[in-house]
Design a protein around this ligand. Structure first.
Ligand code: 13P
Length: 252
């Protein structure tokens, strides 16, 4: 059965002491509660080893916010899958819309990175989603289809089962405007159908598809209640333990 997941993407927020405090609060929360979903965080890369040490029981999976498509060498500023694996990180977010917008990430890059993660035993959280213009022009299905095919459809059936997909409509990220639960469900079901058409229904049923974009304690339960929504990739609300834990509890 596919996993239920609540993942926090901290983006470029929190200084080291704030990050340490939030990690400790989250570890305490996880150690004192039985969550009905897996819990992951993706702090800034600088704090990954601290995160690994804080969540020493594996109570929270530790992810990087983007990973290099190169294996090693003269790539200033980049972090490789080998490095991630060597500190015991669980995986990487790949092709977040902010990486696409500001750093030229494409689905072809994502395709290579997803495969590299899988080859290393790491979990890729592959992000896709349409812009406001694309939605207004009624192109969202086509955009999502193209993104998903380019990024993922060279994988084998066994490989794609291990990918986590995060549907994040760009117009809902950090805007306070969330997709309605129905809009999220519609796209999630569409993505699952794409996978079913290519790999079969059984494989598609194994893939966790998260929703991201202004998920908050007050809307998480309704969004997560949709049959094809397997959890959330949370930005702003992942920066406070009260909010993040309330979202985790939406699965209880
Ligand atoms: P917000 O939850 O702040 O809208 O961010 C969503 C996101 O981009 C998670 O990756």
């Amino acid at each position: 059965m596919r996993k239920k997941i609540v993942a926090g993407n901290w983006k470029m927020n929190l200084d080291f002491s704030q990050a340490q405090q939030l990690m400790q609060q989250l570890a305490e929360y996880q150690n004192n509660n039985t969550s009905a979903c897996e819990v992951y965080i993706a702090p800034p890369a600088l704090y990954l080893t601290t995160a690994k040490n804080t969540f020493s029981k594996g109570e929270v999976g530790v992810f990087i916010q983007e990973v290099s498509e190169h294996t090693s060498g003269a790539y200033t500023g980049e972090v490789s899958v080998d490095m991630l694996s060597s500190i015991g990180a669980q995986g990487a977010i790949i092709a977040h819309s902010e990486r696409r917008q500001y750093h030229g990430e494409t689905d072809s890059h994502a395709n290579r990175k997803v495969k590299m993660c899988l080859d290393k035993g790491l979990t890729p959280i592959y992000c896709n989603g349409e812009t406001l213009e694309q939605r207004k022009a009624n192109q969202h299905f086509e955009v999502i289809k193209n993104q998903t095919e380019v990024a993922l459809f060279t994988l084998t059936a066994e490989e794609i089962k291990k990918v986590v997909i995060a549907y994040e409509p760009v117009w809902a990220i950090g805007t306070g405007e969330t997709a309605t639960p129905e809009q999220a469900q519609e796209i999630h079901a569409f993505i699952r159908n794409l996978i079913a058409d290519k790999y079969g229904k059984e494989v598609a049923e194994e893939v966790s598809i998260l929703y991201g974009g202004s998920v908050k304690p007050n809307n998480a339960k309704e969004i997560f209640s949709k049959p094809d929504v397997d959890g959330g990739l949370i930005g702003g609300a992942a920066l406070k333990v009260e909010d993040f834990s309330a979202i985790i509890e939406a699965f209880n």
